[in-house]
Design a binder for this molecule. Structure first.
Ligand code: PDD
Length: 288
């Protein structure tokens, strides 16, 4: 596998990077992470990703290494990769220790930073749009008793993994998850937006979803284009009857959605407001 990995203070070939089997990230998904991509060789919104990593770690009571170390490791591994554009993944696990859930068993947080050749979705997907499936898996609502706060970007993605499996069975590109009462929450690894009568709409954070960095930039782009933005509760019918829809994530950027569970959204092709927002987002990202 091409690419480089920073681990235990060294940059190694991606294939050679190893984590002990007693690492709690491996055993329990007891970790936090961030994913970003470079534009023009610079990681886009690195500061915002590091701030979200810190918030995720605080929510899960994982002590992060110093921000300076994370930054150094990120720069070192990116330089070593010698790729023009990279996919960067920063992972911090709670560490290793004797088997047992007690977080006190963990020795010290383990930092791993990966810099892999960037693989962006095929341009045909942006041109034609993608299909999504509304799946049975639920996003745990914010503040639901016993549920991990969806604002914590943890390594435990089982719910999303099963959601994507269901979406693939339905030949869909991405799964869309609802909350416990059936309101739209987000994609398995993306945020969801609809356009309705000239307004951009997306579920509010209070529904229980990850505050995507792309989501934040897209909202800002829409406002700068004088497109009104509503963070409002949305239901599956709002997606099915939308004029336009799209997904956002750091690697995919703005991905138009043209079908939901086999039914056509809007005109069945990427809409004009999606295009304007996507162009504005790309310009913003390329400026850095
Ligand atoms: N995931 N919601 C979920 C559950 C996610 O996992 C992600 C991103 C997003 C979008 O966030 P952002 O715009 O900050 O990338 C929303 C990353 C990209 C991943 O798992 O690869």
């Amino acid at each position: 596998m091409p690419g480089k990995v920073w681990i235990e203070g060294f940059v190694v070939d991606a294939d050679a990077a190893r984590v002990p089997v007693f690492d709690r990230g491996f055993l329990y998904g007891d970790s936090v992470y961030e994913v970003m991509r470079t534009f023009g060789g610079r990681p886009f919104a690195l500061g915002e990703h590091l701030e979200r990593l810190a918030r995720s770690a605080a929510l899960l009571e994982i002590a992060l290494p110093d921000r300076a170390l994370i930054e150094q490791a990120t720069v070192a591994v990116m330089e070593a990769s010698q790729e023009k554009e990279v996919y960067v993944r920063i992972v911090v696990t709670r560490g290793s220790g004797p088997i047992g859930l007690d977080p006190a068993f963990a020795d010290a947080p383990r930092l791993v930073v990966m810099a892999l050749p960037l693989k962006v979705p095929d341009s045909a997907l942006y041109r034609d749009g993608v299909a999504v499936a509304l799946v049975g898996a639920r996003r745990s609502s914010l503040g639901a008793p016993g549920a991990v706060d969806p604002q914590a970007k943890s390594g435990n993605y089982l719910n999303s993994v099963l959601a994507v499996a269901e979406a693939r069975r339905k030949s869909a590109y991405e799964a869309v998850l609802c909350d416990a009462v059936g309101r739209l929450a987000e994609g398995a690894s993306s945020n969801i937006f609809v356009v309705r009568i000239g307004r951009l709409q997306t579920p509010p954070l209070s529904v229980g979803l990850l505050e995507g960095i792309t989501r934040r930039h897209v909202i800002a782009c829409a406002r700068s284009l004088a497109i009104p933005v509503d963070e409002v509760a949305l239901w599956p019918v709002d997606l099915q009857r939308a004029d336009e829809a799209f997904l956002t994530s750091s690697v995919r950027g703005v991905m138009p959605v043209v079908r939901v569970d086999g039914a056509v959204v809007g005109e069945g092709q990427p809409g004009p407001i999606t295009r304007r927002i996507s162009d504005a987002y790309l310009a913003d990202a390329q400026r850095g």
